[in-house]
Design a protein around this ligand. Structure first.
Ligand code: GTP
Ligand code: MG
Length: 469
């Protein structure tokens, strides 16, 4: 019944030291065999017996004697042959050492070698269909997973509204138009002529392909979905928030002046260091203000703070804290906070003890001293963030990362189908051939914006599962 091979990242996407990619299906062993070799560069997996662990490297398929140059990660590979696995199919689990980005790269390699990205819950669905568990057990697994990911799911939906969804809806509408046109012409050849239509459709396909390629490119560098730790810089006006953002970026991205209230609107940038990605938001300094525009900025700062994974609270070390600091603290009591005492190049009058007191002795409060304008203490700040991240206290937005992989796959499928349409036109196939691939492309794009019809009950139950389960 299920003849294809599926793969997904099975572990939480926080840079947790180890991440597992699970591959299941009749080709699982050969797929992994093409990207995995032992320390002598030999492909050994197909010779191994069930329930064994092999040590080796993930390499580009077909890298031959040059395999060492293409090493992506050092891994342990667990082999479980059918029917002695969770899905009761041949299953291979790759235990990677790298972080989130690396896991994605390895997964991409596995997908390119013949596996397909698993649907949410598909591993469990196979376990069910192969008789490993009954539906109620399967649903129980689903409940647990679902409750954990509910929060992050809503955030990924948020990210979907906007540019990406608009572009995709637009391409779909145009494809639908072409589909309807072909359909009508075939139905009513007397009134609607398909003369010269081939060239027109060919041109259209080129335009669609071009737009989809652009989306794939933007998925490549993470612009498609904002991923990373949602980090919000808060502080009173003039504390040095924008200077901090600029220091991280190494460029004058945000406007910095000595006038309090310089930043009016939020400013978002992606910052990466030591394998961690921060989605960083610079905000308007929080204070009471009569200025309408500034007030909107302050309100936005509050909203972003609420959704943040990490707050960087910038405090001007050369001035005494007052009610502005107290107000900010009341906003972020339940958040992961790093208190940053800035302007340490000036005579600093704020002590660690005072900050701790302001936070009512919050136990896990981290305090770092920096000078944003002089670039002092940044490394220490980065190390602090790194520590919080690797200890699992703050997490990367998992759904966004998954959504990103899923979108890319859907975009690539839509792209492939459109290439097939072009091929059919080139070889002068009958028009109903175009329809088939146009429809396939329409459907693939629909999975991104969630507008594809799901009528199968089992499909629906299992689609609520998380990836990799
Ligand atoms: N001496 C010193 N001055 C700094 C430091 N960081 C920022 N400043 C100065 O403080 C002033 C305010 O800096 P900004 O980065 O604009 O502060 P902000 O918190 O973004 O201010 P708003 O956008 O108005 O809320 C500027 O004149 C900066 O040059 C620092 O580490 N040392
Ligand atoms: Mg600013």
């Amino acid at each position: 019944m299920h003849t294809d091979t599926i793969a997904a990242i099975a572990t939480a996407l926080s840079n947790a030291g180890i991440g597992i990619i699970r591959v299941s299906g009749p080709e699982a062993i050969s797929v992994v065999d093409s990207v995995f070799c032992n320390k002598f560069g030999r492909r050994i997996l197909s010779e191994k017996s069930s329930h064994t662990v092999s040590h080796g490297y993930i390499v580009e398929p077909g890298s031959g004697s040059d395999w060492k140059k293409s090493i992506l990660d050092e891994v342990m590979v667990v082999l479980m042959k059918a029917p002695h696995s969770y899905t009761m199919e041949d299953t291979v689990e790759i235990n990677c050492h790298g972080g989130v980005l690396l896991l994605q790269k390895v997964l991409q390699l596995v997908l390119r070698s013949g596996a397909r990205l698993a649907q949410p819950g598909e591993f469990t669905k196979r376990a069910f269909l192969n008789g490993r568990m009954d539906l109620s057990q399967a649903e129980a697994v689903m409940d647990v997973i679902h409750s954990q990911s509910e929060m992050s799911l809503s955030s990924s939906m948020e990210q979907l509204t906007g540019r990406l969804a608009a572009v995709i809806r637009n391409i779909r509408e145009q494809i639908l138009y072409e589909l309807a046109f072909i359909e009508s012409a075939l139905d009513d050849p007397e009134h609607i002529s398909l003369d010269g239509y081939e060239e027109k459709l060919y041109e259209k396909c080129n335009i669609f392909l071009d737009r989809i390629e652009k989306l794939i490119d933007s998925a490549e560098d993470g612009r498609l979905i904002r991923e990373g730790i949602r980090t919000v810089i808060l502080g009173r006006p003039n504390a040095g928030k924008s200077s901090l953002l600029n220091a991280f970026l190494g460029e004058e991205r945000a406007i910095v002046t000595q006038v309090p209230g310089t930043t009016r609107d939020i400013l978002q940038e992606t910052v990466s260091f030591r394998g961690i990605t921060l989605h960083m938001v610079d905000t308007a300094g929080i204070r009471r203000t009569e200025d309408v525009v500034e007030q909107i900025g302050v309100d936005k700062a509050r909203q972003y703070a609420e959704k943040a994974d990490l707050i960087l609270f910038v405090i001007d070390g050369s001035e005494l804290p007052d009610e502005r600091e107290r107000e900010i603290i009341s906003l972020i009591e339940h958040k992961q906070v790093i208190a940053i005492i800035n302007k340490s190049d000036l005579p600093v009058i704020v002590s660690d003890e005072e900050i701790k007191r302001l936070f009512s002795d919050k136990k896990d409060l981290k305090i770092v001293r920096i000078s944003a304008s002089e670039g002092i203490g940044l490394e220490q700040l980065e190390r602090q963030i790194e520590e919080l991240f690797f200890s699992g206290v703050i997490k990367e937005n998992r759904e966004a990362v998954i959504t990103n992989i899923r979108h890319r796959e859907a975009l690539e499928n839509a792209h492939k189908s459109l290439l097939l349409v072009r091929q059919s036109i080139e070889s002068h196939m009958p028009e109903d051939f175009y329809s088939i691939d146009l429809m396939a492309s329409y459907t693939s794009l629909g999975t991104i914006v969630g507008e594809q019809v799901e009528d199968d009950l089992v499909e629906e139950i299992f689609s609520k599962f998380c990836m990799g389960k």
